[in-house]
Unconditional design. Sequence first.
Length: 188
Amino acid sequence: MSEDLLALFRKTGALLDGHFVLRSGLHSRQYFQCALLLQHTDIAAKVCGRLADKLREFDCDAVISPALGGIIVGQEVGRSLGKRHIFVEKENGKLVLRRGFQIPPNEDFIVVEDVVTRGGRVQETIDIVRARGGIVSAVGVIVDRSGEAKPDFSCPFVSLIEMDVETFPADNLPPDLVRIPAVKPGSK
């Protein structure tokens, strides 16, 4: 399944090669620009439907995602599961629940995101749900690029693609990346 999905990423120009600064601050030779894949509504429905299929076994009253990258994924996974979708968004550099969205105590949530490297935004989302008495029953992402440093969200973590993509701290770049200007293509 992941090979045909990788082919879709390449076909839509959503898997980029070069020198990229990730949201985590790490540098990489590859970048998944999921927005380029998800702009095609038929592909978004199909890919997110696959993710929803992997998440069906988990208790879920609602789906929650971090904005901006996770909104389309959350909407489509929610639609496929027949559940409501809400999102958290940045305010003063921190994710918060806004727009009148509610997390009732003991409501079961599935957290979804497009791509995870370190999992910081997913963890922030989980913390928001749990702080309001909600339950996070699973995390689902399209691309897990965490490799051996897989984050521990204290719940099941599923993905459609697992890729061990090399990342480097800014002060320890390999010579080939030093020669290429860094691009920060994320949604910041």
